[in-house]
Design a protein around this ligand. Structure first.
Ligand SMILES: [Zn+2]
Ligand SMILES: [Zn+2]
Length: 388
């Protein structure tokens, strides 16, 4: 048994020596590309097996690297498609609102309701467009590439630069992001320190806009749905089914055309193409806005909870892990960036005095967020930061 093992190890040694010597002695002339691939593979193997810090996580990371690469590239590419989708869907709802709903509101509603719909609708539209534009165009913020005095908590393995507190690396943007929340494909941008407020306000005002459309268009949706169903029933009757008195009851035929005997209905349809499109547009608008209101409403609520706690989406995972770890040790974890519920909101919206709730939250405002995103005051020092 012992000798067999010795023979096996000798054979393996010889085999490895042959491989090592092959390219140097030039017995087998490999193409340049293959040589590069060969030396890269050797380097990779050596890196894996000669690194004292190597563990199963590192090996799994290496094996899953192609999958991450694919997901990152697909998300980066789909970002543009998603942004176009947001613009096209929002524009379609606007088109329906201006060309189908507004003329009807102006003709049928009282003056007070007209003023309400025109004012609220336009204010909501301005807030959505402003915050979406700013969220997509504002850079989330990156740590400095050069060596600085900024206090760092770790080093980014990908960028090889110091990472300040709350900074994380985004694989899709391939850079470090200050106070990173997440990479949003709907914005095709990372959500970080400088555009977090724009992202949240966009979600909030888009949800409000969808809820507004869904509630105010509910009766119209029911009418349009019934009208389409009615039209379908007429279509069934037109498929060569003999029509007698039924046609008269549902208004297909002119009253004077009935002579008692059965015949095939040939009169023009009661709905024009324009009527049909109108009803279908109302149904499309109501279904789309109600669905978005539910989905985006849930997301907005979740982000509101995180902001109240002074956490980002990434920190939620880190903090829950840390809470469990501390619990095992019989200790309590306290989030150092939680300044109290109301103060968290003030810091988030940049509210420094009462009037800012109106000018900076309820109206479009391009003010910079609190702080530079590089250094952070911790909880005990910031308890009474904004006494208003
Ligand atoms: Zn990085
Ligand atoms: Zn990103």
């Amino acid at each position: 048994m012992h000798s067999r093992r010795q023979v096996f190890s000798s054979v393996m040694r010889l085999f490895l020596r042959w491989f090592r010597l092959c390219p140097r002695r030039g017995r087998v002339r490999l193409p340049r590309r293959l040589q590069e691939l060969w030396s890269y593979s050797r380097l990779l193997l050596k890196t894996l097996y000669f690194n004292t810090l190597t563990n199963s996580d590192v090996v799994m990371d290496c094996l899953l690297e192609p999958v991450f690469w694919l997901v990152d590239h697909l998300t980066r590419w789909f970002g543009v498609v998603f942004v176009c989708l947001v613009v096209v869907l929002t524009s379609s709802i606007l088109f329906i609102a201006y060309f189908c709903l507004l003329p009807m509101v102006l003709h049928t509603y009282s003056t007070a309701w007209i003023v309400w719909h025109v004012c609220y609708g336009h204010w909501n539209l301005v807030m959505i467009v402003f915050h979406y534009y700013k969220a997509t165009k504002t850079s989330p913020g990156h740590p400095p590439q050069m060596k600085t005095d900024v206090p760092a908590v770790s080093i980014c393995k990908k960028c090889i630069i110091p990472k300040p507190a709350r900074t994380h690396h985004c694989g899709i943007c391939n850079t470090c992001i200050l106070k990173m929340d997440h990479h949003c494909p709907w914005l095709n941008n990372c959500v970080g320190h400088f555009n977090h407020r724009y992202f949240f306000s966009f979600c909030l005002y888009m949800t409000l806009g969808c809820v507004y459309c869904s509630i105010s268009g509910r009766n119209m949706f029911i009418d349009a749905y019934n009208a389409i169903e009615h039209f379908k029933s007429l279509d069934v009757e037109k498929q060569g089914v003999p029509v007698t008195g039924v046609g008269l009851l549902i208004g297909i035929l002119p009253p004077g055309s009935m002579t008692g005997q059965s015949y095939y209905q040939t009169s023009p349809p009661p709905f024009t193409f324009r009527d049909k499109m109108f009803h279908k547009s109302i149904i499309y608008m109501w279904v789309l806005t109600s669905t978005v209101a539910l989905a985006l409403g849930g997301l907005t609520l979740w982000h509101a909870v995180l902001i109240s706690r002074g956490e980002t989406s990434i920190e939620r995972h880190i903090n829950s892990k840390e809470t469990r770890r501390m619990q095992k040790k019989g200790k309590v974890f306290r989030n150092p960036f939680n300044y109290g519920r109301l103060n968290n909101w003030k810091v988030f919206f940049g509210v420094e005095k009462r009037s800012h709730w109106l000018t900076r939250v309820l109206l479009p405002s391009g003010h910079a967020p609190y702080g530079d995103g590089l250094t952070w005051d911790f909880y005990p020092h910031k308890k009474d930061m904004m006494a208003i």
